[in-house]
Design a protein around this ligand. Structure first.
Ligand SMILES: Cc1ncc(COP(=O)(O)O)c(C=O)c1O
Length: 396
């Protein structure tokens, strides 16, 4: 059996059909597939606008740059981010010229702990980025209440939680803006890619400009480069509007092949989500006999967890280390990844110093947490193999 990876591409005839159609249209830059994906992804998250871009990091960066422009944030502006997340969340703050301030996470959900937020708020704090890790929504009621009390903007990082719901409301629909990644191994994948969603028309227009070098033209669907169409707006400005640049922008656009892949995946979203949840349930059932030493996913019934990954933390009282277990799993062809260690990264130690001791839960997770896959490409054989390998580790 091949290695059991943490993610899968799962390309069906539908993805192939749409990609072939995109290729045959001879339009590789963004066109109708990107537009349809944006619209549908936004709609499924109860948002009006979607702006597809080149990565989840680009989506976060653009979301921050939008608020920086609209809210007049300066270089003293602080943004609260969880102390456990993929490094892109806090990197995007630094790249936007803002200061990420870390908040410890909850020891059960691994998400930002609302009870830890207020102590990090000062006169420079302007925003919170809740990250819905591994498919599990953050405690949004409490986060939104704090945001309201201190007049903070909320940007949701939904890279790992497409279509997850908190009290029946999709993640990505709580804050001013949300950013997602569609990189491989994410629930909906386009190979590489990202998407910003929002209900705010001004934010949407600035996002479209920022991803295209700061361009003045910001239509939801651009017809200007389509040889079959004539754009009525192009020549109405002092120079061709497509080549009028009004802000410092980036080259963060994406193309039709990714749009075609994304649209096909969205049409299969029900099947993808239910398989992931079923696989996660199977793993929990198979591993619960080890729950005195392994912390398995546990969540309230108002949480709709979409299981981008299956997170596990080795409990404090166990007689083995995380690394002993993950080495054993890897040796037996089960891919593992550490649970998003951040504050102990060499680059962050250089920038922020040794601050890990101030974040005891993150510090524990950095040493004891890992995840395995529970993706929709896994069938009963692979799941049984995972169960057997855990069993043989505990029988050693
Ligand atoms: C929580 C989180 N935010 C942001 C990103 C960045 O996405 P990308 O790799 O598409 O830039 C990731 C990617 O894995 C992620 O997990």
């Amino acid at each position: 059996m091949n290695k059991i990876g943490v993610g899968c591409a799962s390309i069906t005839e539908l993805e192939k059909k749409y990609v072939m159609d995109a290729l045959e249209s001879e339009r590789l830059s963004q066109g109708s597939y990107v537009a349809k994906f944006e619209k549908e992804f936004a709609r499924l998250h109860n948002q009006k606008y979607g702006i597809m871009c080149s990565s989840g990091t680009a989506a976060l960066h653009v979301a921050l740059e939008i608020l920086k422009e609209v809210e007049n944030w300066n270089s003293n502006t602080e943004v609260l981010v969880p102390a456990v997340t993929f490094i892109a969340t806090s990197n995007a703050c630094i790249q936007a010229g803002l200061k990420p301030v870390f908040v410890d996470v909850d020891e059960k959900t691994y998400n930002i702990n609302p009870a830890e937020i207020e102590k990090h708020i000062n006169e420079n704090t302007r925003a919170i980025i809740p990250v819905h890790t591994f498919g599990q929504p953050c405690e949004m009621d409490e986060i939104m209440e704090i945001a309201k009390k201190y007049n903070l903007k909320v940007i949701e990082d939904c890279a790992e939680a497409h279509f997850a719901k908190y009290k029946n409301q999709p993640v990505g629909s709580f804050g001013s803006l949300a950013a997602s990644s569609t990189y491989v191994a994410h629930t909906i994948t386009t190979g590489i890619g990202g998407i910003i969603i929002t209900n705010d028309r001004t934010y949407m227009e600035i996002a479209r400009s920022l991803i295209a070098h700061g361009r003045d033209c910001t239509c939801e669907k651009c017809i200007a480069s389509d040889p079959r169409m004539v754009c009525p707006k192009r020549m109405n400005t002092e120079m061709d509007r497509r080549f009028l640049f009004v802000r410092l922008g980036y080259s963060y656009r994406i193309g039709e092949i990714e749009g075609a892949l994304g649209l096909a995946q969205l049409e299969r979203v029900g099947e993808i989500m239910s398989k992931r949840k079923e696989n996660a349930r199977y793993l929990t059932e198979a591993l619960k006999k080890y729950s005195d030493v392994l912390q398995l996913p546990e969540f309230n019934d108002y949480i709709d967890h979409t299981f981008m990954m299956y997170p596990i933390v080795v409990r404090k009282n166990s007689t083995f280390t995380r690394d002993e277990l993950t080495r054993f799993l890897e040796k037996n062809n089960i891919e593992t990844r550490p649970m998003l260690p951040l504050l102990n990264q060499p680059v962050y130690k250089r920038i922020f110093g040794n601050i890990e001791d101030d974040y005891p839960v993150a510090k524990w997770i950095n040493r004891s947490g890992f995840y395995i896959g529970c993706h929709h490409g896994l069938g009963k054989d692979e799941l049984n193999k995972i169960k057997d390998v855990f069993d043989s580790f505990f029988k050693r």
